[in-house]
Ligand binder design. Sequence first.
Ligand SMILES: *Cc1c(COP(=O)(O)O)cnc(C)c1O
Length: 348
Amino acid sequence: MFDLKKIVRPNILNLKPYSSARDEFSGQNGIFLDANENPYGNLNRYPDPYQRGLKARLSAIKKISSDNIFIGNGSDEVIDLAFRIFCQPSIDKALTFAPSYGMYDVAAAINNVQLIKIPLDNDFQIDVNTVNPFLSNRAVKLIFICTPNNPTGNTMETKAIQQILENFEGIVIIDEAYADFSSKASWINQVNKYPNLIICQTFSKAWGLAAARVGMAFTNPNIIRLLNKVKPPYNVGQLNQEAALEALENIGLFEKHKELILKEKLNLKNQLADLPLVKKLYPSEANFLLVEVEDANVMYQELVNQKIIVRNRHKLVNNCIRISIGTPEENKLLIECLQELCVMYNGR
Ligand SMILES: *Cc1c(COP(=O)(O)O)cnc(C)c1O
């Protein structure tokens, strides 16, 4: 049986969090002489530590209670908080799949936690048989599942995730940074079914707010309390909360840009398929394409020389580059550049 108390680090379970001035009194009206703020200026007041306005709007849009929502300084903050809440440095372990998002490695290393990496199968799916032996290992506290996965672009099969959720007594973090682009259902509505489930989403991709650093976690109120206890009190700035709220008020624009990106992804895919230097195009439920080419290192450098920057993923997937979908103009320039490269390298 999953028992949250058993997997939280004892020092975090016993932690008495910092109580900020805005925790003790959070009303709107009054004479505020409690937080040593400057009485003059526009950004002179500390922001709401619990981002209540933003959560109320998100609650309506995502059809989930505000009590199930945590807002982070990017979803990368949620990843780091998970290590700090659940993993004793140098003792506990975390697990993820390979290839996947590089921040799991970095956050694990910063927290001095070993990250076990299980290879995905040939279709970049989770082979549950390879994970099973780790599910009963009490030292493993976290499992990260990225779906749609970065850098492969595919979603993970529901059955495999369900099996992990049901048989693992630690925390399962489903990273849905790209879920807005996917035709597959989000795991958000499962949050109250599985007490060990945390879902991460972000304003950085489909919402177009990478600069604002606003991420979301959806989970049960018990885990929300832990996240709130450990986060810095004012982890999301006022301007960033406002930027996220403004994006949510403008869902029409969000949908329009998303549709444009998805349409361009299809275009780009078709045009890439015609290029002799392209060996394989992987199916993508995200806003990028993973492309196998003749020589990823050479192609990456040639594109950089033309001031087109893609992501060389050769070290993760042999001879693959990851291409984010740009504007129609940017994508056109990319294709023209690649066509020239094909001529150049075939005529060698
Ligand atoms: C881009 C990305 C994120 C987003 O991180 P933020 O800190 O919210 O910008 C999270 N997970 C994955 C897999 C990503 O690719």
